[in-house]
Design a protein around this ligand. Structure first.
Ligand code: FDA
Length: 325
């Protein structure tokens, strides 16, 4: 249940002027331009973090907009290479038009992934709501079938289907499967998703175990201590962790720009102290850096989609010591 407090914060924020929303989102969004993202990465790389870049925007209505995204991501790849940053890219399949025309959208994603491959760069397909889960997974499977393997998807712990999806991907990709696992930001209906905090954590932890046991590369995207602690236990069990080689029986080969079988992933501006603690302990931590002109639409949409973010935002501002960048 989303608390009345979260709803209140959300309903207040979305009525506020643009400058206020920008002020609120400043810590979570690098800025409107690619140069802003490069600046943030240059600053954070001193901590030892690596990055994934997200150009804001999704659910486009014409293919011209998809081409704009393609061109911007080509610029991102060049900027990462020129600035010698330890970074890859995250893309939203709907920003490439898969919901308008699957074939055309998938072809554009293939073109970008091939281009990224020429720069030894990995492409993560973010997972959007349940309407595009199958399409997103199928694009990854098809690309791997074509020998384009620098690509992986995100699975959401909250969805009932996730363990089945891990099994399908294990069958089709073996240990080449490369995941980001998160709880899932979209509040999906109870017939397809877990809705309570404890059951979402339990399901996410189960998905993490299953991914590790399948030999896959696992990017654990969370700021939630119970999920992080569970991952630490699993790493101990498998004798994996900082400074250790990935000796799982079915482990995939060492991936370019990746850690020894796993990495943690966190959002820009969220739980900086925890991020720095993990980095100090020697874990690989990737920071998700959103930027783009659509920062306003992105911020408002996220707040409307998942009002629990309202609580995080309020907490971050009322008690900044709990959530410093
Ligand atoms: P939880 O929501 O319980 O948060 C734990 C604590 O972290 C909170 O108490 C708060 O202190 C802090 N916190 C979390 N989110 C915050 C925020 N926005 N602002 C301020 N504080 C916050 N989802 C999806 O559906 N598809 C995707 O592709 C991705 N991709 C993705 C990448 C990365 C790198 C991350 C970290 C997350 C995603 N997500 C996502 C979002 C994810 O599914 C989930 O909604 C959020 O990470 C929040 O869940 P936590 O596990 O952090 O726990």
């Amino acid at each position: 249940m989303v608390s009345w407090f979260s709803r209140l914060v959300v309903s207040m924020t979305i009525r506020m002027p643009r400058w206020f929303v920008r002020w609120v989102s400043r810590r979570y969004v690098a800025g409107p331009n690619l140069a802003d993202a490069v600046n943030v990465m240059t600053r954070l790389k001193k901590e030892g973090a690596c990055f994934t870049i997200d150009v804001l925007g999704e659910e486009i209505t014409t293919f011209d907009e998809a081409l704009d995204f393609y061109n911007e991501y080509v610029n991102v790849i060049s900027a990462i290479a020129e600035n010698k940053l330890d970074a890859n890219i995250s893309i939203k399949p709907t920003a490439f038009g898969i919901h308008i025309d699957y074939e055309q959208g998938a072809a554009l994603i293939e073109k970008l992934t091939t281009y990224a491959n020429q720069h030894q760069m990995f492409v993560r397909l973010d997972m959007e709501d349940h309407r595009v889960t199958d399409d997103t997974i199928n694009i990854v499977i098809d690309l791997h079938k074509k020998g384009i393997k620098n690509v992986g998807t995100v699975l959401q712990g909250r969805l009932h289907r996730t363990l089945g999806d891990i099994e399908t991907l294990r069958e089709k990709l073996g240990s080449d499967a490369d995941y980001r696992i998160c709880k899932g930001i979209y509040l999906e209906p109870g017939n397809i998703a877990y809705t309570g905090y404890a059951e979402i954590v339990h399901a996410t932890n189960k998905a993490i175990d299953t991914m590790f046991d399948a030999g896959a590369y696992v990017g654990i995207a969370t700021h939630d201590k119970p999920v992080i602690l569970h991952t630490m236990e699993k790493l101990n069990q498998l004798n994996m962790g900082p400074g250790k080689n990935d000796t799982r029986e079915h482990a995939g080969s060492i991936r370019q720009g990746k850690g020894p079988g796993y990495e943690f992933q966190m959002l820009l501006g969220v739980r900086g102290p925890l991020r720095r603690k993990l980095l100090k302990e020697g874990h690989r931590v990737r920071v998700y850096i959103p930027y783009g002109e659509k920062w306003y639409e992105y911020s408002i949409r996220r707040l409307k989609e998942n009002p629990t973010i309202g609580t995080h935002v309020a907490k971050a501002f009322l008690m900044p010591w709990t959530n410093r960048p």
